[in-house]
Write a protein that binds this ligand. Structure first.
Ligand SMILES: Nc1ncnc2c1ncn2[C@@H]1O[C@H](COP(=O)(O)OP(=O)(O)O)[C@@H](O)[C@H]1O
Ligand SMILES: [Mg+2]
Length: 262
């Protein structure tokens, strides 16, 4: 089977620092992959290199066997990549629905050429746009607050809205950076349910997360980074017992792990 996504020997250097050191991994369609490791391990940099926010120093990235290495974010988005950020970015003064509409408008812009030429296809795209805004609102379970302004909504709702915005470009592969950070246990459990729903909908997912309950309960496979290097890869059961992973990350409490990298 060909992989949906492959990263080959990705290296990213910042001045003297090697943030990613020859990291390779693949993703199969419909998988949920966990990307874990201590703070500073290179997880966010990995996301930035994949989506094209940063160019890798060397290495190659393929989506559906097409080379997307160094493609800028608007093109990788067009190819089917989307991400959510460590800190949620939503339009605070817009309603929940308007936030999702704005995100979907980005996708519809791609088809603007047809829109100008053919009124009928414009109309049909307008209809499909409305459908997908409702689909997304249902998927992130925020229909009941669709007309509320984002400003003032509970934190868990805002995180879900951040995911909804990423869904606006209709991604095949969704990268989520610490989606459960700051969530209470109930909200984390809701997040895990949402992630499974997205996967069942056909979206392949990569999650960077420190909450091991979320990671171990949700992921089919886990890749572990430490100081920019991949030190382990396998099922949650295998990763949990890996001596090197325990030594570098799992053995430490979250606070200790934070202090250790500082
Ligand atoms: N834009 C940047 N410029 C310089 N150094 C960076 C930049 N982004 C990240 N780094 C460094 O790269 C390393 C990996 O960072 P990051 O990918 O954010 O780690 P993680 O997400 O695993 O906590 C860290 O040492 C960080 O300080
Ligand atoms: Mg990070």
């Amino acid at each position: 089977m060909t992989h949906l996504f492959q990263a080959f020997d990705i290296t990213k250097k910042f001045a003297g620092l090697v943030a990613l050191d020859q990291v390779s991994f693949h993703l199969d369609e419909g998988e949920i992959l966990g990307l874990i490791g201590p703070n500073g391990a290179g997880k966010s940099t990995c996301f930035n290199v994949i989506t094209g926010t940063l160019k890798p120093t060397s290495g190659r990235i393929e989506l559906r066997e097409q080379d997307i290495t160094g493609m800028p974010p608007y093109l990788t988005a067009h190819m089917g990549l989307a991400r959510t950020f460590q800190h949620t970015t939503v339009f605070q003064h817009l309603t929940v629905r308007e936030n999702i509409e704005a995100a979907c408008w980005l996708r519809s812009k791609v088809g603007l050429g047809c829109t100008l030429l053919r009124t009928s296809s414009y109309r049909s795209s307008e209809i499909s746009l409305k459908t997908s805004v409702d689909d997304i609102l249902s998927m992130i379970d925020l229909r009941h607050v669709q007309d509320s302004r984002a400003k003032g909504l509970p934190y868990g709702y805002l995180r879900r809205l951040g995911i909804g915005i990423a869904l606006g470009t209709n991604p095949a592969l969704l990268l989520m950076d610490e989606p459960a950070a700051g969530l209470n246990p109930t909200e984390s459990a809701e997040f895990s349910k949402l992630a499974r729903r997205l996967r069942d909908f056909g979206i392949t997912i990569v999650i960077v997360e420190h909450d091991m309950k979320v990671i171990m309960g949700l992921c089919d496979r886990i890749v572990v980074l430490n100081y920019g290097k991949k030190i382990a890869e396998g099922s949650p059961g295998v990763i949990r017992r890996d001596p090197q992973v325990i030594e570098s990350y799992l053995g430490k409490s979250h606070d200790e792990a934070e202090t250790a990298r500082a």
